[in-house]
Ligand binder design. Structure first.
Ligand code: IPM
Ligand code: MG
Length: 355
């Protein structure tokens, strides 16, 4: 029997609840498809800081590098906001991405037909939306030097090197080749030099993909176009901070941020995580939507383990659950037949795996 090692990082807030449901579904699909998953739990975020004094213990890095893939929940919470920046949960996550070299963050936004009424936008604007944000994840203003603050001033620097841009651009074009062959590169080249380099470099890389249509858009316009006519987009290629913002925006096309998965990929190990945060305000109440994490587990099976059929089974089980009208609180107003807890939704999806 094929066996895979999965590093599980549950994290803070709703992290543990949603990862538990993804594991439930993964176990169901592994049993059905005949492979074995071995989990190793690792600490990151506020919970890691509380226990070890470090939001990213060395063991978490080595344990992750030693696995076939990482399934990640969420980190952060108010109680850690006052810590020095390098001790904060978010710094642990950024260091983690950097150490693992996961430069390409793939954030698909696909509107489920079953939830067409859940978006704040009109059904005719969003039906059939299927786009992929390809966000550069380990460069840009999140990591640029110099950075710092004193009493009077705070500063960060947006830096990209040609090589960083070339690498992520290839990734985006390759993904586009398997989709609708359109890349829209998003920048702020009318103001920022770093964006002009981005634009020129993406143009250069595009020459190697003559079948892919490349367009460029300023980020402010892209934010507007995403709401005006999201169907114009296939692959949106962009840098770290613009991608952070646009992917949250894209999630609302789908009705709830609790639905959107992501994959962070590099040359070593991939990290699979929901795009939402740790939602401390609803943690422990059993009302969080686990679908984003379950869907991230499906991406993990597909991209990291090549278990495409098993991934399809998860995707179909999610769709069926929504179709049957089972909803968590966040989607309660939208064609719900039954409002379910986090764990009930996980069980329903797990149950549909074999049906
Ligand atoms: C995300 C999150 C993170 C980011 C935070 C928690 C550091 O918002 O994954 O989108 O900004 O990248
Ligand atoms: Mg974000």
């Amino acid at each position: 029997m094929k066996s895979y090692k999965i590093a599980l990082i549950k994290g803070d807030g709703i992290g543990p609840e949603i990862v538990d449901e993804a594991v439930k579904v993964l176990d169901a699909v592994a049993a059905y498809s005949g492979f074995d998953l071995k989990y190793e739990e690792l600490l990151m975020g506020g919970c890691a800081y509380d226990i070890t004094g470090d939001p990213l213990p060395q063991e978490t890095i080595s344990g992750s590098l030693n696995s076939d893939a990482v399934l990640f929940g969420a980190i952060g919470g108010e109680q850690w906001d006052a810590l020095p920046r390098e001790k904060r949960p978010e710094s642990g996550l950024l260091r983690f991405r950097k150490e693992l070299g996961v430069y390409a963050n793939l954030r698909p936004a696909v509107v489920y037909d079953e939830l067409i009424n859940a978006s704040s936008l009109k059904p005719e604007i969003i039906n059939g939306v299927d786009l992929m944000v390809v966000r550069e994840l380990i460069g840009g203003i999140y990591f640029g030097e110099p950075k710092g603050r004193d009493e009077e001033k705070g500063w960060n620097t947006m830096v990209y090197t040609r090589n960083e841009i070339i690498r992520i651009a290839h990734h985006a074009f390759k993904i586009a080749m398997k989709r609708d062959k359109r890349v829209c590169s998003v920048d702020k080249a009318n103001v920022l030099d770093v964006s002009q380099l981005w634009r020129d470099t993406v143009e250069e890389v595009a020459k190697e993909y003559p079948d892919v249509q490349l367009t460029h858009m300023y980020v402010d316009n892209a934010a507007m176009q995403l709401i005006r006519d999201p169907k114009q987009f296939d692959v949106m290629l962009t840098g770290n901070i613009f991608g952070d913002i646009l992917s949250d925006e894209a999630s609302m096309l789908c009705g709830s941020i609790g639905l959107l998965p992501s994959a962070s990929i590099g040359d070593k190990i991939g990290v699979y995580e929901p795009i939402h945060g740790s939602a401390p305000d609803i943690a422990g109440q059993g009302i969080a939507n686990p679908i984003a994490t379950i869907s991230s587990a499906s991406m993990m099976l597909r991209y990291a383990l090549g278990e495409n059929e098993a991934a399809d089974r998860i995707d179909n089980a999610i769709k069926r659950t929504l179709k049957e009208g089972y909803r968590t609180q966040d989607l309660a107003q939208f064609d719900a037949k039954e409002i379910c807890s986090t764990s009930e939704i996980g069980s329903i999806i797990a149950n549909y795996i074999s049906k």
